[in-house]
Design a protein around this ligand. Structure first.
Ligand SMILES: *Cc1c(COP(=O)(O)O)cnc(C)c1O
Length: 360
C-alpha cells in the first residue's frame, strides 16, 4: 500500500490512524461479530457509539449545555433550506453576508422562505476579502445573520467571529470546523457537512442553541425539524450510522492529540508556510487579502495558466493529488485540513519550487 498526499477540498483526506482502526473493526466491532455498518441504530453498541461521539464533540468544541448537537443528513446544502425554515420563528427576514460562492448559494436557497437582505458582499472584489464589519447593513428585525466562516472555493476565512449584537449568528463551518477553537456561545447555530474536516460524506452536524428551535410552521416535515430531531437523538429515522461512527473516531483522535488548540497551532503553521512560499515566488500568486486568508483552503494561480495541465500532471506523478482549483476561480487549490500532515505541505512546496524552476 502506498498513500499519496490528497489535497482534495472534499471528500478529503482522513487521519490514517482512524482509517486503520476502521479497517481493524470493519468485520467485527468490539466482539459483536458484525461491523458497525451492519448493526441496527437501535442496538446498544451503536447507541453507545452515537452517544460517545456527541459527548466527545461537546468536549472538543466546549459546547455549552444549552446547545443541541444533531447528526443529520442532506449535507450543508440541505441546511441552506432547513435553517430559514427552523429559525424564522414568525419573522420574515434574514441577513446574509457574502464572502464567496457558498454564502451566495445559502442566500439563494433562503429566498424561498423569507426576504433575504444581503447585508454585505465582497463579490465586486471577486471574493478576495471580507467586507469591513462597520459597513454591514444589518437589519435588527432579522431572524438571524448568516456568514460562511471559511469559503472553501475562494480561500477566505473569518479569523475572528464578527459581533452582530442580539440577532443570532449562523455559521456554515463545513470547511473549518475543528480546525481551531471556536466560541460556540457567540453563535445561534453552527453547521457543517462532515466530508471536509470531520469524516466521510453523508453526515451533517448542526449545533444549535435550544431556545431558537421548536418554533416552526406545522408544514415543516419532522425530518427537517431540529426540535423533533433533538427530541429523538437524531434518530427520527435511520441515521448515517457508519459516518457517525467514523466522525466519533476522528473526535477521539483529536482529543487524544491535543484538541483544537493544538490543531490550530499546526494548521496555522502549515498555512503560513505555504502562503510565505507563494508570496515569495513570483511564479505563483494568491489574490486573497492577508487579513482573511484561509488556513484550510489555499487557492493559487501559476504565472501562465497554459501550464496548469503540466503542473497537475507533474503533481500527480509526485504523489500529490486533488490540486485542481474550483472552476469558479480556476488555477490550483490546496486543501490542507487537519488530516493533511505537515510533510504533505512540505512535499507540495518542494514540488512547486521544482516546477517554478523548470517552467518559470
Ligand atoms: C462543501 C461545502 C458546502 C456543501 O456541502 P454539501 O455537504 O456537499 O452540501 C457548503 N458550504 C461550504 C462552506 C462548503 O465547503
Amino acid at each position: 500500500m502506498s498513500r499519496i498526499f490528497n489535497f482534495s477540498a472534499g471528500p478529503a483526506t482522513l487521519p490514517e490512524p482512524v482509517l486503520a482502526q476502521v479497517r481493524d473493526e470493519l468485520l467485527d466491532f468490539h466482539g459483536e461479530g458484525m461491523g458497525v455498518m451492519e448493526m441496527s441504530h437501535r442496538d446498544k453498541p451503536f447507541m453507545a457509539v452515537a452517544a460517545e461521539a456527541e459527548a466527545d464533540l461537546r468536549a472538543l468544541m466546549n459546547i455549552p449545555e444549552n446547545y443541541k448537537v444533531l447528526f443529520l443528513q442532506g449535507g450543508a446544502t440541505g441546511q441552506f433550506s432547513f435553517i430559514p425554515q427552523n429559525l424564522l420563528a414568525g419573522k420574515t427576514r434574514a441577513d446574509y453576508v457574502l464572502t464567496g460562492d457558498w454564502g451566495k448559494k445559502a442566500a439563494k436557497a433562503a429566498k424561498a422562505f423569507c426576504s433575504v437582505n444581503i447585508a454585505a458582499t465582497s463579490e465586486e472584489q471577486k471574493f478576495t476579502r471580507i467586507p469591513e464589519r462597520a459597513g454591514w447593513k444589518l437589519n435588527p428585525d432579522a431572524a438571524y445573520v448568516h456568514i460562511t466562516p471559511n469559503e472553501t472555493i475562494h480561500g477566505v476565512e473569518f479569523l475572528e467571529t464578527p459581533d452582530v449584537g442580539d440577532v443570532p449568528l449562523v455559521g456554515d463551518f463545513s470547511s473549518t470546523i475543528l480546525s481551531r477553537p471556536v466560541d460556540v456561545s457567540k453563535y445561534g447555530l453552527i453547521y457543517a457537512g462532515a466530508q471536509k474536516n470531520i469524516g466521510p460524506a453523508g453526515l451533517t452536524i448542526v449545533i444549535v442553541r435550544d431556545d431558537l428551535i421548536g418554533k416552526t410552521t406545522p408544514e415543516l416535515p419532522a425530518i427537517f425539524n431540529y426540535a423533533e430531531q433533538a427530541a429523538n437523538d437524531s434518530m427520527l429515522n435511520t441515521p448515517p450510522t457508519f459516518a457517525w461512527y467514523m466522525a466519533g473516531l476522528v473526535f477521539k483522535y483529536l482529543l487524544a492529540n491535543g484538541g483544537l488548540e493544538r490543531m490550530a497551532e499546526i494548521n496555522q503553521r502549515k498555512a503560513a508556510k505555504l502562503y510565505a512560499y507563494i508570496d515569495g515566488e513570483a511564479f505563483y500568486s494568491n489574490p486573497v487579502d492577508p487579513a482573511c486568508r484561509s488556513w484550510m483552503n489555499l487557492p493559487f494561480t501559476l504565472a501562465d495558466a497554459a501550464l496548469d495541465g503540466a503542473f497537475l500532471q507533474g503533481a500527480k506523478a509526485a504523489g500529490l493529488s486533488g490540486l485542481k482549483g474550483h472552476r469558479a476561480v480556476g488555477g490550483m487549490r490546496a486543501s490542507i485540513y487537519n488530516a493533511m500532515p505537515e510533510a504533505g505541505v512540505d512535499a507540495l512546496i518542494d514540488y512547486m519550487k521544482q516546477f517554478a524552476k523548470t517552467n518559470g
